[in-house]
Design a protein. Structure first.
Lengths: 478, 478
C-alpha cells in the first residue's frame, strides 16, 4: 500500500539538500545548484559523489545514506539508468522530494524511458516522497534560501511561478529582477510525472505568500481538472498563463521537450477567457503584465493616456502603439492646456498630448506638470518616456548616477501626490554599453520606488491593456 | 525670377559648414553637431556667434558673412524670428543649403509661423539654395565626414535613410551600428518645406552609393508623385517604409510633430503593396529588415527553418514564432537525422527539429552539424540560437571574449561552406550589464563576419518573412 504523500508545504521547506552527481571537474547544472545555494547561504548543502571527499569547499559524501543530518530534498543530475537505485537510497534516507534535472525519460519518445518514469513514480508513491520533473530545473524558494540559479533575486516577493520549462523558470526571475519583481516560489516541473500544474495552481491559490500566480504550460493532462483549478485560483488571485506550443511547430517542439500532449489551443484559450486568466505569448510579455499588476496599486478604470517626455518620432509611435492596443491618447482639453501653461515655461513647447516639452527637464517642472495631469479628470494613465539618446534634455550619461534618477523620481512622486493615478515609465533598450548602464540604473531606481517600467511603448500599451481588461472582468464578477 | 535650384548632389558635398547659434555655455543640438563634426574630422567647421571668439577650440565668427572660406552648408539653431535675416546673410555668402534644427514653424499650428515658412522658401528659391527642414536634425553623410550625431558609425555603407523625424534619423544608424549596418546618406527632413520625400526617393534611386532605401514618413504632400517615385525606386532597389501616424492618435501626434497632412493609411498601404515596398511598423523592425536584406546574400526562396542551439522553452517559442509569421519548422527527415547521427555525439540529444543538442558546443561539432544542415535539400534557413544564461554549454562570460566568439563564427563558416544557404543568428537581450557585454560582443563579431543577427526569435521570423515575400514579388515581376 502506498504511503500518504508528502505535502507541497513540506516540499517547499527542506532542512537539508543533497546534490547528486556533482563534480569537481566541470561546471554543469549540479555544480551551479551548489554555487547558487552557497550564494543563498542555505545552511545544509550535501554534495554526493563517491569520487571526492570535498567539492567546492563542502564535505562530499559517497552516497545519500552516508549524510549525517536530515536530507529532505534531493537534486539529481546523473544518468537516467541510475535513477531507480538512487530512489531506493532516497527511500532509506527518508527524503521528502527528489528533483530530477536528468532528461531522457518520457520526452525522449523511447518506450523504455517512458516505462522507467513509471517505475520511478511507483517508488515515490510507495515511500510517500514526491518527484519534481524529471527534465527540469526544480525549486527556487527564496524564503528558505533554496536556490537553483545564481542570477535570481534572493529576497522573497508575492509572485509564484510554475513552469514546465527549466529555462523559463530561471529566466523569469532573473530577467525581471531589475524591474522589481520578486518571487514566493518558482517551480520548474518538466515532464510533470508527479507534481503537476493542477496541484501547483491549487497550492498557490491557497498559499499566503503568493499574491499573483504565473504559469508557463506546454500541455495539461486533464483539461477538466485544470479548468476547475484555474477557476478557484483566478477567483482569488490574478493568474497569468503563457501557453507554449500554440502552433504545429511549437507543439512538436513541446512534445520533444516535455512529452506534453498539447491540447487544442482554441480550447485552452477559451478556458483562460472563461476563468479570466490573463494569457500572454512569451516570458517578456509575462514580465510586463506582472510589472503592471504589481506596481499599479490602483489599476486604471479608463484607457485615456497622457504622454509626457517623448520627442517627435517616439510620440507618433506612441500614439500608434496605444491605439493599436485599444488605449486612447486624446487631445488635451482647453482647460487642461490652460492649467499646463500656468505652471510650465511654454516657449517652443506644444502643450498638447503628447506633451513634447523640453521644459519638463527640471525637477520643479516635472512636479508641476505631473501635478496638473494627475489631477485631470479626463486622464487615466500618465506615461513618461525616457530615452537614452545623447540629445536628451538631461545630457549624456546623466542617468548613470542613481542620485540623478532619484531626483527625477522624487519630482514625479511629488507631482503624483495622493492622486492614486497610474504613472508608468516607458524606456527604450539602448545598443551601447554606456546606454545599457543608464538603462539598468533607471529601471532599478524606478522599480525600487514602486513605478512600473517597460522597455518600449508597445510593451507598455499591451501590458496595460491586458491588466485593464482583466480588472474590468474581475470587477464585473465580484 | 528664381535661380536654378542647387542639386542634392551639391547639397551632399559641402566644402565648409557653418553652425549658427552655437554657444560655450550649454550643450544642445548646435554644440552636439560641432562635436560630431570634430569626431568625424570634417575639415572646415565654422561656429557662428557674435558673443564668442572661440568655441570648442574653433575660431568663432560674428556672422556667416565674416567666415573667410567657402560655406556650402549651414546648420541653424536660433529662434524662428531670426530666420529671415539669417537667410539674407546666407544669400550674400552664396551657400548651397540651410538646415533648420529650429522648430516652431508650420508644425506649431500658428498661422504666422506657417507664413514665415513660406517667406523662407521664397528667399531660398530666389537665391537657389535649398532648405532642409525646418524642425529636423538634417544631414549625415559619412563619405564626406558630414555628421550631426556622435553615436553613429562613420564608415560609409549601402543604406540611404530619409526620415521626417530627427530622433529616428539619429536612432537608426546609432542603434544598428553594432549589427553591421552602414549608411550612404541619412537625411532628416522634418517639415519638408523644400527638400521632401519625393525628391529624396528619386535621388536615392539613382544614387550609386545607395543599394537599399529606407524611409520614415509621417505624411506625403502629393500621393500621385509619391507613388510614381516609389515605383521607379522599388524597381531598382529594395525600399523599406515605416509610416508613422497609422492611427488617429498617431496622426494627431504627427500633425503636431511635422505638420503632416497624413493620408488615409489604407491608401498608403495599398501604394506600398502595389510598388512592392516593404512596410514596417517601427525603427527596430526597420533595422531587422535591413539586416536581413544586407546579410542574406541569397534571400531564401523557401520558408523551411532548421533551428539549432535553443533549449526547451526557447525552442517551443521559436516554433510558435516561426509559424505565426508563416515560416515552417518541419520535422527532420529520417535521412537527415541519420546524417546528423553520423557526425554528432548523440547521447541525450534529440536529433529532431529543433536540434536541441548540448553536443553542438565544440567548434568541430558546430562545423559538422551545420555542414549537414547546409547541405539538406529540405531546409532553406538555418537559425542558430545563442542565449546568455549562465547554464549555457559555453559557461559564464564565455562570449565576452571576441576571440571565443570568432571561433564559433569560424566553425559555422566552415560548416556553411559554399552552400549559399542563409545562416541567421537569434539572440536574446539580457538584463544584466555582464550579459549586455556578451550580447554586444556577439552582435558585433557576427555582424563583422557577415551574419544577420536578431534580438529575438519573433524579430527574426518577422524580418525573414518580409524579405522572403518581397523577394518573391520581385522575382515574379523581373
Amino acid at each position: 500500500m502506498d504511503r500518504q504523500k508528502i505535502s507541497l508545504d513540506e516540499v517547499f521547506t527542506p532542512r537539508g539538500v543533497a546534490v547528486i552527481g556533482v563534480s569537481n571537474s566541470r561546471m554543469a547544472f549540479a555544480e551551479l545548484v551548489v554555487l547558487a545555494m552557497q550564494r543563498a547561504e542555505f545552511p545544509a548543502i550535501y554534495p554526493v559523489n563517491p569520487k571526492y571527499d570535498e567539492i567546492m569547499g563542502l564535505t562530499c559524501y559517497p552516497s545519500i545514506t552516508d549524510i549525517p543530518g536530515p536530507v529532505d530534498h534531493v537534486v539529481v543530475n546523473i544518468r537516467a539508468e541510475l535513477a531507480l537505485q538512487l530512489l531506493d537510497e532516497c527511500t532509506v534516507k527518508g527524503v521528502r522530494s527528489v528533483h530530477f534535472f536528468t532528461a531522457g525519460f518520457g520526452e525522449s519518445g523511447v518506450k523504455e524511458n517512458a516505462e522507467l518514469e513509471q517505475e520511478m513514480l511507483k517508488k515515490a508513491r510507495a515511500a510517500g516522497f514526491r518527484i519534481i520533473g524529471p527534465n527540469c530545473t526544480g525549486l527556487f524558494v527564496p524564503g528558505v534560501r533554496l536556490a537553483n540559479d545564481f542570477t535570481v533575486p534572493l529576497d522573497a516577493g508575492p509572485i509564484a511561478f510554475l513552469s514546465q520549462s527549466g529555462g523559463h523558470a530561471q529566466n523569469l526571475p532573473s530577467y525581471s529582477a531589475n524591474r522589481g519583481l520578486r518571487y514566493s516560489k518558482v517551480v520548474s516541473y518538466g515532464n510533470a510525472l508527479d507534481v503537476n500544474e493542477i496541484e501547483l495552481i491549487d497550492y498557490f491559490a491557497k498559499d499566503d505568500e503568493t499574491e499573483i500566480i504565473a504559469a508557463y504550460i506546454e500541455g495539461v493532462r486533464d483539461g477538466v481538472q485544470f479548468s476547475a483549478a484555474l477557476e478557484k485560483a483566478a477567483a482569488v488571485k490574478p493568474v497569468i498563463i503563457y501557453k507554449g506550443g500554440r502552433t504545429e511547430a511549437g507543439m512538436r517542439a513541446a512534445n520533444g521537450h516535455t512529452a506534453s500532449m498539447t491540447s487544442s489551443i482554441d480550447v485552452f484559450d477559451a478556458v483562460c477567457r472563461q476563468r479570466n486568466a490573463i494569457r500572454v505569448d512569451g516570458i517578456e510579455e509575462m514580465i510586463d503584465v506582472l510589472v503592471a499588476l504589481k506596481f499599479c496599486k490602483n489599476i486604471p478604470e479608463g484607457n485615456r493616456v497622457a504622454l509626457v517626455g517623448a520627442g517627435g518620432g517616439p510620440s507618433v509611435l506612441a500614439g500608434d502603439e496605444m491605439e493599436k492596443e485599444g488605449l486612447k491618447m486624446p487631445p488635451f482639453s482647453a482647460a487642461l492646456q490652460d492649467q499646463l501653461k500656468q505652471v510650465l515655461p511654454v516657449a517652443g513647447s506644444i502643450l498638447s498630448n503628447p506633451l513634447d516639452t523640453p521644459n519638463m527637464a527640471s525637477p520643479e517642472a516635472i512636479t508641476a506638470g505631473i501635478g496638473v495631469l494627475s489631477g485631470a479628470p479626463d486622464i487615466d494613465i500618465i506615461v513618461y518616456h525616457l530615452g537614452f539618446h545623447p540629445i536628451s534634455q538631461w545630457g549624456i550619461g546623466f542617468f548613470k548616477e542613481r542620485t540623478q534618477v532619484q531626483r527625477i523620481v522624487d519630482a514625479m512622486k511629488a507631482g503624483m501626490g495622493s492622486s492614486g493615478k497610474a504613472l508608468v515609465i516607458a524606456l527604450r533598450v539602448p545598443q551601447t554599453l554606456e546606454g545599457m548602464e543608464e538603462y539598468l540604473t533607471v529601471q532599478e531606481v524606478f522599480a525600487e520606488n514602486g513605478f512600473p517600467v517597460f522597455n518600449s511603448m508597445g510593451d507598455l500599451a499591451r501590458a496595460m491593456r491586458r491588466v485593464i481588461e482583466w480588472s474590468h472582468v474581475r470587477n464585473a464578477t465580484v
